[in-house]
Ligand binder design. Structure first.
Ligand SMILES: NC(=O)c1ccc[n+]([C@@H]2O[C@H](COP(=O)([O-])OP(=O)(O)OC[C@H]3O[C@@H](n4cnc5c(N)ncnc54)[C@H](O)[C@@H]3O)[C@@H](O)[C@H]2O)c1
Ligand SMILES: [Zn+2]
Length: 356
């Protein structure tokens, strides 16, 4: 097991990463909470809820199971959970545990941040993507007008990441999470990027075992940025690499058609092309493209989407200021910057990218 500590201006918390940690949950969560409220989803519960509950045997434990998928990250589920907690007479000294992927983590975290003006919160991630979402303290739910529009910064008290849970993760979810791990390598250093590419060159090597070896490294990249900039005023935007076009594709296709990571994979290739156009540098775009392709990640904009609609959608990106497009760009792997890019250049590069 590896242990890391995240230290920000507002506090610090440990992250434990290792195999079979769920069965020892009791060893890492203090015993004096007045109640333990586990939020999980319908896919994760049958595999892992009994293990966590058995480990907390003897304590006052409740659970709530939401339907698996993004559609549970909404006001209705949020409200149902709060009602259930209040009906169970949980008080301010209780602890909410998120057992699942990013959906459960974001939803349960927002419940913990707001129920009774805030109760203790523990993340127990079970997806590869959640190496990203469980660290950094962003929690929230979706609004009918857009994703993640209601939320808070509410860091967990502890993150317990049992990597053996990745063994039951469907291949597609593994790929989606891997795109974020690849992003962490691209924004961090050529060394991380090359190691990851060598160890996991294609889909056949995208296994829980291989991926686990890089998890702490990926978490460290995110942790370092969060420590510098917890509230996303500066370098935290680098974590958004590939997300400007990625989010636009996700939104225009309709959520759920492609996974978040799949959209971000295409977005990262585009961000590299745009970086070349902006800075006149040469980046290993073709290598990354080939790598993603071998991993089964999409490297092209889906045929049904047009440049116009993506340009329009990218206008809503949260990095934009005064209606101007802003992108996270790279001078080289590990050397990032956030810049305003003229609309004409974005459009030209996008049109060429769509045709390529
Ligand atoms: N807070 C943040 O900083 C942050 C960062 C990135 C993404 N996110 C959010 O994370 C969410 C996506 O997270 P996700 O990709 O983990 O999705 P998810 O939580 O929906 O999990 C993906 C699917 O895998 C299933 N699953 C989870 N763990 C499993 C396991 N061990 N075995 C079998 N099945 C399992 C789930 O039931 C679900 O069907 C989005 O809502 C996104 O907005 C948040
Ligand atoms: Zn992302």
């Amino acid at each position: 097991m590896e242990t890391m500590t995240i230290r920000t201006q507002t506090g610090h918390y440990p992250i434990y990463v290792g195999r079979h940690l769920l069965s020892k949950t009791n060893e890492r969560i203090q015993s004096d909470y007045t109640g333990y409220y586990i939020v999980t989803d319908s896919h994760v519960a049958p595999h892992y809820l009994p293990i966590v509950e058995a480990s907390l045997n003897g304590r006052k434990v409740y659970h709530y199971i939401v339907p698996a998928g993004e559609q549970s990250k909404n006001l209705e589920e949020y409200s149902k959970i709060i009602t259930d907690m209040l009906e169970k007479k949980l008080d301010r000294l209780c602890c909410v545990i998120a057992l699942g992927g990013g959906v459960v983590g974001d939803l349960a975290g927002f419940v913990a941040a707001t129920c009774l003006r805030g109760v203790a919160f523990i993340q127990m991630p079970t997806t590869l993507l959640a190496h990203d979402s469980s660290v950094g303290g962003k929690v929230g739910i979706d609004h009918p007008l857009g994703k993640n529009l209601i939320g808070a910064f509410y860091p967990p008290a502890t993150v317990i990441y049992d990597t053996s849970t990745l063994e039951t993760l469907p291949d597609r979810e593994m790929r989606s999470g891997f795109a974020e791990l690849a992003k962490h390598s691209l924004i961090s250093s050529p060394d991380f990027f090359n190691c990851l590419r060598k160890s996991i060159p294609d889909q056949s090597k995208l296994t829980a075992e291989r991926v686990s070896a890089f998890l702490t490294r990926g978490i460290r990249v995110k942790a370092k940025i969060v420590e510098l900039d917890e509230h996303e005023q500066g370098p935290r935007t680098f974590l958004n690499f590939g997300h400007t076009l990625g989010h636009a594709i996700e939104k225009e296709l309709g959520f759920g058609k492609l996974t978040h990571g799949e959209c971000v994979a295409t977005g990262m290739i585009f961000a590299m092309k745009l970086s070349e156009a902006c800075f006149g540098v040469e980046l290993p775009v073709e290598e990354v493209k080939l790598w993603f392709d071998k991993l089964g990640l999409p490297v092209r904009v889906p045929d049904v989407l047009r440049a116009d609609q993506l340009m329009e959608q990218m206008k809503y990106d949260k990095k934009n200021k005064n209606g101007q497009y802003h992108f996270v760009l790279m001078h080289a792997i590990g050397d990032l910057t956030t810049r305003q890019v003229p609309e004409k250049l974005v459009r030209q590069t996008l049109e060429t990218f769509i045709q390529s």
